[in-house]
Design a protein around this ligand. Structure first.
Ligand code: XBP
Ligand code: MG
Length: 242
């Protein structure tokens, strides 16, 4: 199984990255502030550095935006790491249960994210303690970020598997396109920012991971897994059936 991080394993965008971007803007004396709702649109550009640079271009900034975006992103990454160490970022409900079940089932676990390695490693250590992700592919490790398939292709190769043996768990249309483009089946677990994304290509769609007694809503189950709202190892395994 290969997991996305932002928006999937952890609820990191609204009260994490967005806050860190704004604090970086403030420290640099820039007037920009990314509000909660508008940030949903900005998220369609994957990769924080690209997101800043695209935004600066929209504000009419010239070629100097490239270096500024790099500096802002370095500071934003440091702030995000502080937020993680302060315990401000949490795993989504049901993630601990699912990862423990996959580990018990002997499933190889990997991460494929477009986020930067320095904070990704810290968030995995804090929010998924004791879980052994044998492969962690980050935005630093690929030439092309999602929706390009490279991150998933790399993760599958490093797991020593072929795409037909691997399921991806994603939260967004960009992530889904990356996983499907690499030839993986994909379960989408949406959040407040991605509930309206086009996820028609997903093999299963839920609005949460669910827990016994507190199931998520199953939004689409085109492969007929019979999932009743608690995403578990058996359900993900059924996605690999022909
Ligand atoms: C996540 C991203 C990342 C984060 C910010 O997308 O696009 O850019 O928003 O992290 P996905 P960085 O969940 O599809 O991997 O600032 O480190 O890029
Ligand atoms: Mg994501």
């Amino acid at each position: 199984m290969v997991f996305d991080v932002d928006g999937t394993l952890v609820d990191s965008e609204r009260h994490g990255h967005r806050v860190a971007f704004n604090l970086a803007f403030e420290e640099f004396g820039l007037p920009y502030r990314w509000e909660e709702e508008a940030y949903g649109e900005l998220l369609r550009v994957t990769g924080g550095r690209r997101r800043i640079e695209g935004y600066l271009a929209e504000q009419g900034m010239g070629p100097e935006r490239e270096a500024l975006a790099g500096e802002l992103h370095r500071r934003k990454t440091a702030i995000m790491t502080e937020l993680i160490e302060q315990g401000r970022i949490a795993a989504r409900p049901g993630v601990d249960r699912l990862l423990a079940g996959l580990t018990d089932a002997g499933c190889g676990l990997a991460v494929a994210t477009t986020g930067s390695r320095s904070w990704v490693e810290r968030v995995l250590a804090r929010c998924t303690p004791g879980i052994d992700f044998t492969v962690v592919v980050t935005g630093d490790d690929v030439a092309a970020r999602k929706p390009d398939p490279e991150a998933y292709t790399r993760a599958v190769e490093l797991l020593g598997l072929v795409p037909e043996e691997v399921v991806a768990v994603e939260d967004s249309a960009e992530g889904l396109a990356s996983a499907v483009g690499a030839g993986l089946r994909c379960a989408a677990v949406v959040n407040g920012y991605t509930a309206d994304h086009d996820l028609d290509a997903a093999d299963l769609v839920l609005d949460g991971f669910g827990d016994p007694g507190c199931p998520a809503r199953v939004l689409a189950d085109p492969r007929g897994t019979g999932c009743t709202g608690v995403l578990d190892a058996a359900t993900l395994g059924r996605l690999l059936e022909p």
